[in-house]
Design a binder for this molecule. Structure first.
Ligand SMILES: [Zn+2]
Ligand SMILES: [Zn+2]
Length: 268
């Protein structure tokens, strides 16, 4: 087991439950939930969610659309990024665990990966007459952004990852913030997804989504961690003193990502 502070850069040990040569693509593998997520995913407290995505990857049966739900700061965006990294990684352990160290994993982390776009408030669109949405105080994801997603998702992927099928991947962060018209525009793409597209919708309140969108997605719920587990993860990963880790875990109500943000910026 690597020391906590070096875990991100260390090559993760192959998990017990998914044996096989590194990087090899074989038939379906048996993947079961264990008490902690494999090191390569670096997502705390979301063992079942990680297990489902690993199983889908191992069986080569990814959905065309996932819906990751849970309160803010619980780890939805991180988990979505890890899935993209698992697909793009140059040397995924057991074919499913991103190494987080190769050039492909780092490009995803930095937002510069090919065939991968995060659709969020203020993001780009194709309308030349539109001003920069990042500067126009947009409060929703606009229909022009949804149209851009539809156009890009219909194009052949540009990049061929070495261990998984090429895909155009979009993370919608968050789907709660879609304009109503943007949601309807997106629905067509979700109902008839291009073969090589993968949409990952994040939502804090999935009940607010169009039911027709929600029903087309493979839904994975992320939940806050028990207080002791969250505090323990903070101590292990950030080297915090027990009392400080416990305080942050309580403030964040078990949401690991929020606890980390509170640690980094106490003014939140
Ligand atoms: Zn990698
Ligand atoms: Zn626009």
């Amino acid at each position: 087991m690597p020391a906590p502070g070096r875990r991100r850069r260390a090559r993760p040990a192959p998990p017990r439950d998914a044996r096989g040569p590194h990087g090899a693509r074989r038939g379906p593998r048996r993947v079961t939930a264990s008490t902690s997520a494999p090191a390569g995913w670096g997502v705390h407290g979301q063992t079942l969610a990680v297990a489902q995505l690993r199983a889908d990857l191992a069986a080569d049966r990814l959905a065309h659309a996932y819906l990751l739900t849970g309160p803010e700061g619980v780890g939805k965006a991180t988990l979505a990024r890890r899935l993209v990294q698992a697909i793009h990684c140059e040397a995924p352990a057991d074919g499913v665990d991103p190494c987080l160290a190769c050039a492909a994993c780092r490009r995803v982390e930095d937002g510069g990966a090919p065939d991968f776009e995060v659709v969020a408030i203020g993001g780009p669109c194709d309308e030349e007459s539109h001003r920069d949405h990042a500067a126009d105080n947009s409060t929703r994801i606009r229909i022009c952004q949804a149209r851009r997603l539809t156009r890009l998702s219909s194009l052949a992927p540009f990049h061929a990852p070495p261990h998984h099928a090429p895909r155009r991947i979009f993370v919608i962060d968050t789907a709660d913030e879609l304009q109503t018209e943007a949601g309807h525009a997106l629905l067509k793409t979700i109902e008839e997804p291009p073969a090589s597209s993968l949409l990952i919708l994040l939502a804090t309140d999935p009940d607010e989504l169009l039911p027709t969108i929600r029903s087309r997605c493979r839904e994975i719920a992320l939940r806050p961690m028990p207080h002791a587990d969250c505090a323990g993860a903070l101590t292990e990963s950030l080297g915090l003193a027990d009392a400080e880790a416990s305080r942050l875990a309580a403030l964040a109500r078990g949401r690991y990502g929020l606890a980390v943000r509170l640690h980094e910026d106490p003014s939140l």
